[in-house]
Ligand binder design. Sequence first.
Ligand SMILES: Nc1ncnc2c1ncn2[C@@H]1O[C@H](COP(=O)(O)OP(=O)(O)OP(=O)(O)O)[C@@H](O)[C@H]1O
Ligand SMILES: [Zn+2]
Length: 914
Amino acid sequence: MLEGRRHSVDVPLSKTLVALKRVRSLRDPETNSMGKFPMFIENMNWETNSASDPILKSNDHNDAVLTDGHYFHSDGGRDTHYSDAESVKSSRLQDIKLCSAKKSSKHRIGDRDSTRTKAIRKSCGEHRLRLDSSWLRHSPDLFEEEVDSYRDLHLEVPEMVNRNTRKKTLHSELRRPAAAAEKTDRRYMGSPYLSPSDNAFSPRTLGFFNDEPDVTESNQNGCGLGSCWSRTPKYRDLGGLSDGEEQSHPLLVGEVHKPAFKERNPYPDSPRGLSQKFRPRSFDEFVGQPVVVQSLLNAICKAKVCPMYLFYGPQGTGKTSMARIFAASLNCLSFGEKMPCGICRECVSFFSGRSRDIKELDPSHINCKDKVKALLKSTSLVPSSSHYRVFIIDECQSLLVETWAAILKSLTELPRQTVFIMITSDLEKLPPISLSRCQKYHFTKLKDADIVWRLQKICVEEAYDFDDDALTFIAVKSNGSLREAETLLDQLSLLGKRITVSLAHELTGVVSEDELLDLLDLALSSDTSNTVRRARELMSSRVDPMQLTSQLANLIMDIIAGRCRPEKVGRKFFGGHKLADLGLQKLRNALKVLSETDKQLRSSKSCATWLTVALLQFNTGDPTDIDDSMTLVRTSNLKDEPLCRSFSTRESLQSSLCECSLGRSNCFEGYCNATKKLDTIWRRTIESCQSDPPRSFLKKGRLASIYLKQGLAIAQVEFSSPEYVSRAEASWKLITNSLQHVLCHNVELRISLARCSSLTKAKELTYKLLGCSGKRQYTFDSLRAESLVDPYFPEKHIEPLHCPNTAASLGAMVQDELPRKPGSDCHITSNGVVSEEDLTTPAGNRPGCFGKLQRTPLAADSGHISVKGWPRGRLVLSVPRKASLETFLCTTVPYIFCSRANSKETCRSAKEED
Ligand SMILES: Nc1ncnc2c1ncn2[C@@H]1O[C@H](COP(=O)(O)OP(=O)(O)OP(=O)(O)O)[C@@H](O)[C@H]1O
Ligand SMILES: [Zn+2]
């Protein structure tokens, strides 16, 4: 097989000599008999031996004739007189030995340098030849017969014969009418060989070859001798194409500086890197993608091969390799375990880059009407020697829509043996029409474990000294691309040391995990100055902010997922505590900040600054973030109440609370914050509803409280009327889902009538009372702090200390209203907790206690509330007109009203009490 490809002809030496003599004396091709043997003249060639210097294959005559790159090989035996076409044919059939010219032709093409030119000039010397191509007109049938004779023998048609025939046809076509051309077309249909003239790949059709001798000469793409064989097509620079056969296949040749082949030999003898060297050659060498492998293997085994395949997925995941393996397997002649076997005739020719039936096409070379037409015409030919003709088109997203349309249109008419394999890493760019007409195979990113396994194998084969950790790092760094991993390994191996993690960090400019944990620890602990210092240090030395951002995000995700090594994390900031103690919420918030930063960095020039700013935000949470230990209870239930507005704005009330004599206690700030948080959460919950009707309905409700227990958020939602409550109950799923979406927690929903509704009666009563007397006082029976019970979670008994908000607000309220007499306020407000003693001790019984507290309102409608005192353990409040009790006791009402001692709220007028 290999032999059969060589574009040289062994001719007895005597024949050569005769030919040489004739050529030397050749002046007028019209009259000279040598004009009848142009192929010999054409076939005379330099052979380049392995040392790459051109030599002439002549035993006794160093002064051989240089033609356009072919040579006569003289065996010194017979001497035949070639007088006509018949004799040429028969003598060639006897003597011609086709052999592979891959290497020699490679040298011829690649070595168009001055050395070679000089050698050629020297050898050629005075024998500059001139030959007019007019011979073509005189012996048009000669080459066709020759081609036929090759075919009869099932031999490959030598390139030169092909080319000669092409020339002949070109000339004859110029003369013959279109009908004749058509006839020829039909004649070659289905031929196992590409008809040189009618071949859809013909250079003329495709425009890859310029067969006009003058043009060739002017381009100086010939053998290097401008004057030698002036009208004969010369060697083109084929972009280093090595195989003479490739030249005969114009689609693969390309224009002068544009080879149609993407990669000349997919499996070169001397690979240039690990990724080339370890390119898988069979299904069992292929790593990962089990579904793709299984499916394609079955397609081959069951002979269910479809006309077009589309391989898509990220880069370096094996698409091209698999396309080649699949193509080779389709034509492999062996049915053994290994697919493809790699040793049968077809496999050998494919892996040496000389398969005629498996072609890789460059999309940019078929993006033209004529060329795609030619390609499609060629697809109708039966394979030359294999089962299938496979066309692999990599980066198929570069094909024009028209090209796609033409190819897809022809799919139904394709012979069963023709297969297209399209490859892309950018599926989005393909025209939709292309997606529905082929079998699609998705190549996913490779798993880290698979990559590590492959790298280990390579390291062992290459005898590299390595740490497993380093390979794991490479795998993670390469983001699912085996090619990237192999390239990185290749680079590391060049450092000549053991392949370690620190070496890999150094090479890739990555921060080590320890340094990263340090930085995260500082940022999470709000150590502002050290965070800034450390971040600057890292980024000023070697680390790219974008990379640092993604590393930090990965680290946080690893911690959350429990993938970060506990001993490392524990040492840094877990401090032996559980993850929950660290505050999952903080980590989630940090992730949020990082994702925002990542977007920002892409469009910013001062990336280092913005990343530092982001690190400082790690400790400030989102209002909707709720922590495991968090309990949020609404401090105001007045939002929708008209009375609230009539009294004063809620905000002013809150601010008055916050700025009370407690002196902005944290407790109070948190207290107001809780309401704000609940409001924000509820607003986002409403926004997250997709449709309008439920959205407007939810606006009628509000979030009263959230308790978080063991990862479950118990959310209390209130509605102001029983009708709304039942409507809400009907759509509990929707509310729960929306809340879950916002809180990122499992949610248990409780729907109830608004707390204020428990006050509705009181309010109504208040109105009544106010209506009749203008100013009333209310007494709360049995107000005992230790017996506070959450009305909505009756099972939960709230100890005073666990209910700081309630006690504090009560304390503040009382404090705020207390007359500023020395010693009158110390008991209630010191820690925000109202002690039982405070509440139950009758006025004046204890030193420093309230005594009979009374504050006269400034005016009936001024909105001030006075504390009347604690007669018999009861708090007596004076509420002005237009204000409600509810307004005043905005946060404490539910608790006060549901005291355990007497869960029945009482509302009596001060008058009654008196
Ligand atoms: N699944 C795999 N199994 C074995 N080797 C692989 C695999 N994927 C990639 N490789 C290695 O990566 C190199 C490149 O692979 P290949 O060209 O097949 O990837 P690709 O997906 O076609 O990439 P691109 O889209 O960039 O062309 C191969 O030479 C091989 O060494
Ligand atoms: Zn095989």
